[in-house]
Write a protein that binds this ligand. Structure first.
Ligand SMILES: [Fe+2]
Length: 236
């Protein structure tokens, strides 16, 4: 079921985090960090309007399905280039498979050879990379770009290793390599506690998260912010 991108995509209901991680790693190691899917395979994010967008860093995001093994599915909306430009960053603990659904933008990802690959992307374009891979995205000049994102695993935004700038990540990875490995969902809290303890001792330095001044118009158009916690369908 994970022989190729399309079969993985079409069998997402039965996909495990381990399968996603393995698929992403193998594809990325083969230089297929950019790929394509046919337009009829793309999900319709508007079916998930009941899930509110949240502002995180330079984008809006919503998680719509979270499995017990941590594999999660969501959507991100990136701002137009003129409003905010994404910074290069890494997610130390989780892999990504991202598919552009609507709009156009720019994707930059580090390849398995250590170089940065840049591509102008649009609907059907896929960008994938294992944990701790530097990357960034932004939307085109005039309109936002909406993508589907598969996360292996979902890491809460509040987690100290949700997102780290590549320079600081490199230092931490050298000093504490065990913090930079694929993470099981039940290890997330333990890792967070360890990082917080290291931060308190001044041994690990992380950047503050910055939320961009962007996205309020979309949230307002959809009825404003929700004050309740994000709703996720937990599936086995
Ligand atoms: Fe990212």
């Amino acid at each position: 079921m994970t022989d190729n991108l399309l079969s993985l995509f079409n069998n997402r209901q039965k996909l495990s985090k381990a399968q996603l991680d393995q698929f992403v790693l193998v594809q990325w190691q083969q230089g297929k960090h950019f790929d394509r899917l046919p337009s009829n395979a793309l999900p319709d994010y508007k079916k998930f309007d009941a899930f509110p967008w949240e502002k995180i860093d330079c984008m809006l995001t919503k998680i719509v399905r979270k499995q017990e093994d941590g594999l999660s599915f969501g959507f991100d909306m990136f701002p137009p280039k003129s409003a905010a430009k994404g910074d290069m960053h890494v997610h130390p603990l989780s892999s990504r498979l991202i598919t552009v659904l609507e709009g156009y933008g720019t994707a930059i990802v580090q390849t398995c050879k250590g170089k940065m690959a840049k591509k102008e992307v649009g609907p059907g374009d896929v960008i994938l990379f294992p944990h701790a891979t530097p990357h960034c995205f932004w939307g085109a000049e005039d309109a936002p770009m909406v993508v589907e994102v598969m996360l292996g695993p979902y890491v809460p935004f509040e987690h100290p290793l949700h997102t780290v700038c590549p320079k600081k990540a490199k230092v931490i990875a050298q000093d504490y390599p065990d913090l930079f490995r694929p993470c099981h969902v039940d290890e997330l809290e333990q890792v967070a506690n360890r990082v917080v303890a290291l931060q308190a001792q001044g041994l690990v330095e992380l950047s503050e998260h910055q939320v961009m001044e962007w996205g309020d118009e979309f949230i307002d158009a959809l009825g404003g912010y929700e004050t309740t916690e994000r709703v996720c369908a937990i599936e086995r």
